[in-house]
Design a protein around this ligand. Structure first.
Ligand code: ADP
Ligand code: MG
Ligand code: MG
Length: 212
């Protein structure tokens, strides 16, 4: 595919809901180790709440309106840190794609960059603080590099997903400087940040639903 449309956006969110439901226990376990054990529950609740809203979308729906729907649903149904952070990410992503009917490589870079910047604006985390930013920022960099190299949208999303997965894994040896895990000091070492893992799952879902 050269560009991705509303159908891709809806597939992405549906696949994300599926994967988050299947990963609910694993994400809770990660969060039990260095937080309060609810990250899987939070993400699953939020994405399940979006599903009925994806039925009977208006004919004039664009990728941006889907992203905005995700944002408002996450903000209203997911509590804790992740709800407002992912909500802001999807809201800023919606703003970045505007009213476009389809997204090319440049638009996808704008989408992930705006999402990451929204999370930073809201949560003030820097790379290395052991948060979801440690998955988002490598993904943004990989997406931008793929676009600069002339990659298509599918390859770009695969590169972003791979970078997010590596970034999530790389949170394991870190001490946390933001969020609940920061209260643990060195006891957070050896555990993966749950939000970085959910980001990795979301970006993998985005790549997986691109149809050749
Ligand atoms: P809570 O900690 O309120 O229970 P969740 O468990 O749903 O919320 O989400 C925790 C995740 O949120 C963490 O694993 C981390 O990735 C992310 N997070 C927490 N604080 C911040 C922050 N300031 N900036 C970016 N991400 C953060
Ligand atoms: Mg939690
Ligand atoms: Mg909580």
């Amino acid at each position: 595919a050269l560009t991705l449309d509303t159908t891709w956006t809806v597939r992405w969110i549906r696949r994300s809901a599926e994967v988050l439901a299947a990963s609910r226990a694993a994400l809770n376990t990660l969060d039990r180790d260095i937080g309060d054990g609810d990250h899987g529950e939070n993400m699953d609740r939020g994405f399940q709440a979006i599903l009925p809203k994806l039925e009977n979308l208006a004919i004039e729906t664009t990728p941006g309106t889907v992203l905005k729907l995700v944002a408002t649903t996450l903000i209203s149904t997911v509590g804790g840190a992740a709800g407002p952070l992912y909500g802001t990410a999807f809201l800023k992503a919606a703003g970045a794609v505007g009213t476009a009917q389809s997204l090319d490589a440049a638009a996808l870079v704008a989408l992930v960059t705006a999402a990451r910047d929204g999370i930073v604006l809201r949560g003030k985390a820097e790379e290395g603080d052991k948060t979801m930013i440690d998955a988002w920022t490598p993904a943004v960099n990989a997406a931008a590099a793929a676009q600069a190299a002339g990659s298509g949208v599918g390859a770009l999303l695969l590169a972003a997903a791979d970078a997010a997965a590596s970034g999530a894994q790389a949170t394991e040896p870190l001490v946390a400087r933001k969020g609940r895990a920061s209260y643990l000091g060195e006891r957070a070492i050896g555990h993966r940040d749950p939000g970085s893992q959910s980001t990795s799952l979301l970006l993998r879902a985005a790549a997986d639903v691109v149809l050749a």
